[in-house]
Design a protein around this ligand. Structure first.
Ligand code: GLU
Length: 425
């Protein structure tokens, strides 16, 4: 009984983990992954659960639950974001940690995957409470992070201010400034040019490459973006610069449709002020379900996991699905998209721009030598378009979908490293 339960890894058994495992299993089967390696890759190397007590404004002490999961370090130090969201749990963080392993391996970064998070609703916390929460969480995970060990970054619900508090807390513990402990920091304390819009920019590069492959011209194309946070808003700005009309946008509060295409700089000014797309004078409001199924050239899910699922996969009317969000598509929904001929740019490729520029930030911090924005954008473009071309050519020659091809390339790289390093002891 006990063995049976452990076999099922019930500690991690959450929807996001099930999606990640289903994809990993199917890639492992397709590539005939060595069963010894399969066993090692399917669970994280280390998972830490911490209690994070903070004093609230009303003097009460509230204890939050925090996590840091480190999936695999065969290729280098652990790397991955910190998520503040009410849905954060061990299984989700473990799934996203594994996803960081594949993402870093796919694009050739010398990192292993990790992810962290706190189960909380950051919108209900004051700035002072958020600062206390971040500092206490950082000191609880202090023993396992560091510029040579594990380097956190922003994710859903966190930003450069949270990274600044993490960097400061870590540095205070050690006794001197250690900028390389986190990425996605403000420029003033060792952040990198081009990090903030890197995920959106990388996403745009892969979309333009997919359009080139499918012989679709950018002018005359349309995009629908679900999720208007750091990823969605920069993708909107950059894509509209290439002449792609943004006809639909949505966030947690509501969705808008404007067939003529939104004036993106006005929309960005509005959302910066109001914190939502709702109330913007252009376009009319529609339901989240209707937004996802709008006819468009490119659909960009850029919010939480599982937004493309069995309820909507058969109704999508996009030619390209570009996954800004990690684990954007449920496993069963993916098969429907493939049958329907939707060209999928999978998450570990589509949204890798963020961690690529995080890598550049870390290298700059370690060398105390900072690059110009153009240099960063050119190198980002080179990695994104090079990886896209590699995945596409293997996908075409092996007649395997882009998602499975990307996963197999990543798993192969990790497998090679494991076989070279051998099993300790
Ligand atoms: N949270 C981002 C991701 O999921 C960035 C991670 C990083 O920069 O380390 O890729």
């Amino acid at each position: 009984m006990l063995n049976g339960q452990l076999e099922k890894m019930e500690e991690f058994d959450q929807p996001a983990y099930r999606i990640a495992m289903a994809y990993f299993d199917s890639a492992a089967r397709l590539m005939h992954l060595d069963p010894n390696l399969y066993e090692r890759f399917k669970t994280p190397q280390r998972a830490l659960i911490v209690s994070v007590p903070i004093r609230r404004q009303d003097d009460r002490v509230q204890v939050f639950r925090g996590y840091r999961v480190q999936h695999n370090s065969a290729l280098g130090p652990f790397k991955g974001g910190i998520r503040y969201h009410p849905g954060v749990n061990l299984g989700e963080v473990a799934a996203l940690a594994m996803w960081m392993t594949w993402k870093c391996a796919l694009v050739g970064l010398p990192f292993g995957g990790a992810k962290g998070g706190i189960r909380c609703d950051p919108d209900t916390l004051s700035r002072a409470e958020l600062q206390r929460l971040t500092r206490r969480y950082t000191s609880e995970i202090f023993p396992i992070i560091g510029p040579d060990k594990d380097i956190p970054a922003p994710d859903i619900g966190t930003n450069e201010q949270i990274m600044a508090w993490m960097m400061d807390t870590y540095s205070q513990h050690v006794g001197y400034a250690i900028p390389g402990v986190v990425t996605g920091k403000p420029i003033s304390i060792g952040g990198s040019m081009g990090r903030e819009d890197a995920t959106g920019r990388g996403l745009a590069f892969t979309i333009l490459e997919a359009m080139r492959h499918l012989s679709i011209s950018a002018s005359g194309s349309t995009a629908v973006i679900q999720g208007f946070g750091n990823v969605g808003k920069h993708a909107a700005r950059i894509l509209s610069g290439y002449g792609i009309r943004i006809v639909g946008v949505g966030d947690a509060k509501g969705c808008l449709l404007h067939e003529g295409g939104f004036d993106i700089s006005r929309l960005l000014n509005y959302t910066a002020r109001e914190g939502t797309v709702i109330g913007f004078p252009e376009g009319e409001s529609l339901s989240p379900a209707a937004l996802i199924t709008q006819p468009c050239t490119v659909l960009i899910p850029a919010a939480v996991s599982g937004m493309i699922n069995l309820e909507n996969a058969a109704q999508l009317q996009c030619r390209i699905l570009a996954e800004g969000a990690n684990l954007a598509t449920d496993f069963e929904a993916d098969a429907i998209l493939n049958d329907r001929g939707v060209f999928v740019i999978p998450d570990i490729l589509a949204n890798a721009g963020g961690v690529i520029v995080s890598y550049f930030e870390w290298v700059q911090d370690l060398q105390n030598y900072f690059w110009k924005e153009k240099e960063i954008q050119d190198r980002l473009a080179e990695v994104m378009t090079g990886t896209f071309a590699h995945v596409l050519s293997r996908s075409l020659s092996e007649k395997t979908e882009m998602r499975m091809t990307a996963l197999m390339i990543a798993i192969e790289k990790l497998a090679t490293a494991h076989l070279a390093r051998g099993l300790y002891p």
